[in-house]
Design a protein. Structure first.
Length: 403
């Protein structure tokens, strides 16, 4: 089978996903086109250089609708002969775009792809597409639907994680993100977002709160307790599914949950012939990909079975992995991953994660693959695994290996 290599990976800084955020003036199409242009310029792409642009995006309505991927190609400097495919696997959309592109190459369907994603959460709010899983009673009742924050608290209750443990993980995420920026660890991948006059809009992740400590986190009220406990609350729904849980322990709040932000990321993937044509050196090969369905109520445990599956499919052991990127959707998601595999926390999200820098839904999967690759190179390690939990009960993972 043909190998699929990563030749380049870029991302924008993440802006606060609200009206006063630095990227609020930029549409999803324009932000995506800047990522596409960066990949084109950095790698000397011309003409029909890639088979397709596969772009993840979760809330595909309004200005993020209408096959955003194709619109972004037309708004960019890429040749109009390159098509675009918009996909949605919720929080793993950016990762699924990369995985789909890699597997297309492995199967012989083209020499190269650009894959990634975007989410402008300050312009197109999460949930504004009216997802059936949440709003259709005939589906929501049968699946024991609860919001993701309640799911995160169910994980904490089921697996015994305390508020202090979650807050400690959040504080470390902030500290690691600050160190990463202070030491220019993202320098290889970050592109500056500019306006139409070439002036800088944003060149650094905006959401970070490097002064965060346990005291400040301890003063925050649980974000999902009211929706869980006020009758008829979602805690009651959860206990219908999990009757052994006497009470849901609500430990999550704004400080130990992922931030709402705007951002975009892209990865250039190709086979050996593509690299030779453009004089490019591959940085890593995409060794294995996977996706899996899980319980839709607890919802966010997907990284564990996805990792079990991808290791089995690749004939690898958890000890073969040198670094991990586990999306920090909520603190309990990462705590559960570390508990399930008994992995050293010093190997997980070593440059911080979505709690510190934010989670632009459709882009995050591509972001963490790029971050993983940069860190493998910086620390001279060989193999890394990236994984995400996914809304409505799914998980996805990617293993990359330096070449």
């Amino acid at each position: 089978m043909t190998e699929a290599y990563i030749y380049d990976a870029v991302r924008t800084p993440r802006g606060k996903g609200r009206k006063d955020g630095a990227l609020h003036e930029v549409t999803a199409v324009r932000l995506s086109s800047q990522v596409l242009n960066a990949l084109k310029e950095r790698n000397g792409l011309d003409g029909h250089a890639v088979e397709d642009v596969i772009w993840g995006n979760v809330t595909q309505v309004m200005e993020q609708g209408g096959c955003l991927a194709r619109t972004a190609v037309l708004a960019s400097d890429l040749d109009q002969s390159i098509p675009g495919l918009a996909i949605n696997r919720f929080c793993a959309s950016g990762m699924e775009a990369v995985n789909l592109a890699a597997n297309q190459i492995k199967g012989g369907a083209g020499e190269a792809y650009i894959a990634g994603g975007v989410e402008m959460m300050g312009r197109v709010p999460m949930g504004s597409d009216g997802a059936a899983i949440a709003v259709d009673p005939s589906v929501a009742m049968d699946t024991y639907f609860v919001p993701q924050g309640i799911s995160a608290d169910i994980i904490a209750t089921e697996y015994g994680f305390s508020r202090d443990e979650a807050d400690q993980l959040a504080m470390v995420s902030q500290q690691r993100a600050k160190t990463a920026w202070d030491e220019n660890r993202f320098e290889k991948s970050i592109i500056t977002v500019r306006d139409q006059n070439g002036l800088t809009i944003l060149d650094r992740d905006e959401y970070m709160r490097p002064g965060t400590d346990m005291q400040s986190l301890g003063g925050l009220n649980p974000a999902f307790q009211a929706m869980g406990e006020v009758m008829p609350g979602f805690d009651a729904v959860a206990k219908l599914k999990y009757p052994h849980l006497e009470k849901i322990n609500h430990i999550h709040h704004a400080g130990n949950s992922s931030g709402i932000v705007d951002g975009s990321a892209g990865v250039l993937i190709g086979n050996k012939a593509f690299g030779e044509k453009y004089g490019l050196k591959p940085r890593a090969r995409i060794r294995q990909t996977c996706k899996i369905g899980t319980d839709p109520t607890i919802m966010l445990t997907g990284p564990v079975p996805a990792t079990q599956k991808i290791l089995a499919d690749s004939g690898m052991d958890i000890k073969d992995i040198g670094l991990f990127e586990v999306n920090e959707a909520f603190a309990s998601v990462v705590l559960r991953f570390q508990q399930a595999f008994d992995v050293d926390p010093e190997l997980v999200n070593v440059n911080g994660g979505s709690i510190a820098m934010g989670h632009p839904l459709g882009a995050t999967g591509a972001i963490i693959i790029g971050t993983l690759l940069d860190e493998l190179e910086r620390t001279d390690k060989e193999v890394g695994l990236a994984t995400l939990c996914i809304a409505s009960g799914m998980g996805a993972a990617t293993i990359i290996e330096r070449v």
